[in-house]
Design a protein around this ligand. Structure first.
Ligand code: BES
Ligand code: ZN
Length: 620
């Protein structure tokens, strides 16, 4: 606990002696910032009093009652005057707690919505190890248990759901190493965000190690009948037998992405980069669990056209997993940097034409979302968020991702790419395995890159970080291919271009998506029929294109698509698709259809998806 003591002691000394020189004032504000960094309104933990450093997790996973029974043994670092250590819990049944082998009188504090309860364990400055025996609830928010012939379990811990399956200091600013010993049903493989097996064990027992310290939101577990295939020396895929061949092909370029990423911002810190294809119920496109990205099967298109998602999750190995947002208010430091890095990887591997098409789509998504948020809660369009007393999930909008991206792109365009790359490489190297908050990043940026009035004025940081909407100096993206799609769309809509003359066959997915997602809301059903009859859009294997087609079908009330819509919504739990589709039904007076599909589909969805859909459809 020396670290926090030094900070606090220095702060007191500085306050007592009233430092005045600019240099000392700089140091003082740095110290105060460091103290502030520990404040995470979404966690009960008080790391300055006592903090976890290593977890030894022993668990058994039971599909019959949907319970994980486990013992979490933590090494801790307690300050001299520590009286307790606080951990976050949601719906965990605590059975026994010991400190250095002795049973203790633990207590559970009052519950707050989504934050849960503090588990308070009495310790003192000499305490070294705590052990908590517990069971998770069948309804644990992080877990999705898929039943049937092929049982599957996966976790999704980000942002604050790790506490629903492990009692932990669930704050992104607190890192720990871990080892785990997990028992699962014979015939399934267990995988974690750690060293992983490549073959199923005979007895259902698996051991794991994560020797690099990670925050709790990167704790991950998956259990299912999966196989492994290597696709490169440091890369491979896991998937169920039916998807393993398709996955091996789809993600066959992962090693190239990894090499491109290392060439940009330095050595990959996690040894291996593998990807696990999850059941379609996974609520996200991807999740950057260290060493093992979790991904939706909806990116398997058969032609590698959706790999930018892999570039994104891989990029998190630097932005997020190595340099981590201090609290969820600083989420843009994780996601904005990652979108920027993703685009750079895509440019390096597939060329600027493709990455600029992606940037154009991201710009359109951003403008739409800014408009929408400005109507309800303009403060949520600031990069720096204020999520106190709110669910951090509220901050998961295009702002962190795409406004963050365009802000970084603006800096790149202002200082030049070479200078920005050098800066970013140093940023990741100097801050590896530490946390970063927005104020600290601003200070680092001013000191190391934007070091003149001229540059500061050109970028206008305040408008981006603390201001609403999209600042006037937002970089312009131009993609000739996308412009040509837009011209074709106008020609088709005004009747000067026939359906069979559209260059659909030559278009890649980004162009097809642009066309479909920009169709006029009032496109009549007959014209939808014409499009499908000519180009077989409804049978596409590309789920992004299918999604855009289904959304437009709802708006056009094109009933022949509704059977496909229903099976899609029952099988796929990816929130990015669900929200616009259910919303389109609500907005076009087809809420009854939405409710009837949701009634069948809800049981297949993960809690982060049902949370959003329940609200959207006003179900309780
Ligand atoms: N880390 C995020 C997913 C996330 C964020 C989960 C916040 C829970 C809370 C992941 O890296 C991500 O951004 N996924 C995107 C994909 C991407 C290409 C933008 C997704 O799932 O859509
Ligand atoms: Zn991300």
């Amino acid at each position: 606990m020396k670290y926090f003591h030094i900070i606090i002691a220095t702060a007191i000394i500085l306050a007592m002696f009233g430092c005045n020189s600019p240099e000392e004032n700089g140091r003082k504000s740095q110290v105060i910032l460091e103290m502030k960094r520990a404040t995470d309104f979404h966690s009960y933990s008080h790391p300055e009093e006592a903090v976890v450093t290593h977890l030894n997790w022993n668990a058994s996973v039971n599909f019959d009652d949907r319970i994980i029974r486990a013992t979490a043994i933590y090494d801790i670092d307690a300050s001299d005057d520590a009286e307790r250590i606080l951990l976050d819990c949601v719906d965990l049944k605590i059975e026994a707690v010991t400190v250095d082998g002795e049973s203790v009188d633990w207590s559970m504090g009052p519950e707050q919505p989504f934050i849960g309860q503090p588990l308070s364990i009495p310790v003192n400055g000499n305490s070294q190890r705590i052990s908590i025996q517990y069971a998770s609830a069948p309804s644990a928010g992080a877990l999705l248990w898929v039943e049937g012939e092929q049982p599957f379990l996966f976790t999704q811990s980000q942002a604050i759901l790790a506490r629903t399956w492990i009692p932990c200091q669930d704050s992104p600013g607190i890192r720990f190493t871990y080892e785990a010993h997990v028992d699962v049903p014979v015939g399934t493989m267990a995988l974690m965000s750690a060293t992983n097996p490549t073959q199923q064990s005979e007895d259902g027992h698996y051991d794991f190690r994560m020797d690099q310290p990670i925050p709790s939101y990167l704790m991950a577990l998956a259990v299912g009948n999966v196989e492994f295939r290597a696709v490169g020396p440091h890369t491979g895929v896991y998937a169920v037998p039916e998807l393993i061949d398709a996955s091996e092909y789809e993600f066959g370029e992962m090693e190239n992405l990894l090499v491109a990423a290392e060439n940009l911002y330095g050595k990959y810190a996690w040894e291996r980069y593998d990807l696990l294809v999850l059941p379609a119920a996974f609520p996200f496109g991807g999740m950057e669990n260290p060493r093992l990205t979790f991904a939706t099967p909806t990116i398997i298109a058969g032609d590698r056209s959706l790999v930018s998602l892999v570039a994104h999750e891989l990029a998190h190995s630097w932005s997020g997993n190595l340099v981590t947002n201090s609290t969820w208010d600083d989420f843009w430091l994780n996601e904005g940097f990652t979108v920027y890095f993703e685009q750079r990887i895509m440019e390096a591997v597939y060329g600027r034409e493709i990455s600029e098409m992606l940037a154009t789509l991201s710009y359109q998504g951003l403008v739409d979302e800014v408009d929408e948020i400005m109507d309800t809660n303009p403060d949520d369009t600031h990069l720096k968020l204020h999520l106190q007393n709110r669910n951090p999930d509220d901050g998961m909008t295009a702002i962190a991702y795409d406004k963050g991206y365009f802000f970084l792109r603006l800096i790149e365009e202002t200082v030049g790419r070479d200078g920005f790359d050098k800066f970013l490489k140093a940023y990741f190297t100097e801050h590896a395995f530490t946390v970063m908050d927005t104020d600290q990043f601003i200070a680092y940026l001013k000191e190391n890159l934007l070091n003149s009035e001229e540059l500061l004025t050109a970028v206008n940081m305040d408008a981006w970080i603390f201001g609403a909407g999209l600042p006037a100096n937002c970089p312009q993206v131009r993609s000739e291919r996308i412009e040509s799609v837009d011209a074709n769309l106008i020609a088709w809509e005004t009747g000067t271009m026939a359906t069979e003359d559209l260059p659909w066959k030559e278009w890649v997915y980004q162009e097809r998506y642009r066309f479909l997602s920009n169709l006029n809301d009032a496109t009549p059903a007959e014209r939808m029929k014409e499009l499908d009859a000519t180009w077989n859009i409804s049978t596409t294997g590309n789920n992004e294109v299918l999604f855009a087609w289904l959304e437009q079908s709802i708006r056009s009330k094109y009933a022949p698509s509704y059977a496909r819509l229903e099976t899609f919504l029952i099988n796929v739990g990816r929130r990015k698709f669900l929200t616009p589709l259910y919303r389109a039904m609500v907005e076009t007076e087809q809420k009854e259809m939405a409710l009837s599909i949701y009634e069948q589909a809800r049981q297949n969805y993960h809690s982060v998806a049902t949370g959003t859909m329940d609200e959207l459809l006003a179900v309780d």
